[in-house]
Write a protein that binds this ligand. Sequence first.
Ligand code: DON
Length: 320
Amino acid sequence: MANLRNLKLNRYLENGDALARVLREILESSRSLTGKGKPAGYIPELKNVDRSRIGVAVETIAGARASAGDADTSFSIQSISKLFSLIQVLERYGDEIWSRCGKEPSGSSFNSFAQLESERGIPRNPFINAGALTVTDLLHRRLADPAALIRDYLGVLAGAREIAIDEKVASSEFRTAHRNLAIAHILKVYKRISGDPVELVRAYCRQCAIEMSCVELARAALPLACAGYHPVFGEAVMTEKVTRRVNALLLTSGMYASVGSFAYRVGVPAKSGVGGGIVAVLPNFGTVAVWSPELDRSGNSLIGTRLLELFVQITGTGVL
Ligand code: DON
């Protein structure tokens, strides 16, 4: 069986044309799900996005790449930014984050504060909003503009034109960020953050409002599939230890309350955002980034999840 799987993998690893055929096929068969989900309604500016958009891009560690649909259109990466702020914090400050944040799945929604209060201000993991706020606080303590750090870091990893923060999306979220402000205040009560809660949420909203395309996201995440080595630039850009740990956290917490059913259906480390993007890591193979703004009940892209499920099925790139 293992050999059969390797044969299948090798067919795609270096073959951009074969990958492009798969992407076209899965995009066409997923389109009929349009209308079954809802775009994020609680960030006013995100409601204006065309919900029929669908993009998918793949890049392999052997240099093959392919894309389909709206793969070059920039969208709001939202919680996908948490993946890169966590990498920065682990690379810069080692284990410091784990004295104020857990590593377990939360089983509740990404913006819940009930669990945080009952667990004395220790967020379950760094991907729910409470945990991501502790991560950004660690950066904010040493740097004036953590959102700019994440933006520039993503620009380097994606080898891209300058990546932008959509300030309209950031201020639209900040104006209605009552839940995140409540979470930040609970964190402050329990002394899990050192900075001002309001300034922290402002920085966090800007970090979430970074705009990228599927093509850029797939490339930026590629070192996670290659033990920290960036195949496009031919150098190590993350430590192997950090990539292993981050992939484990993605597999157990990257998709919030539906992490179990996502593992069951797709079976790879992945991070979603309420902008409708998901980036998935296929260790020792490559990365896939998908975008479709309509979300399921857990806040993950409905069509995006289907695209990933089909991609992994056809190519045999699941890790489980
Ligand atoms: O904090 C929020 O609610 C948003 N800026 C990000 C949430 C998010 O993307 C959750 N992902 N599926």
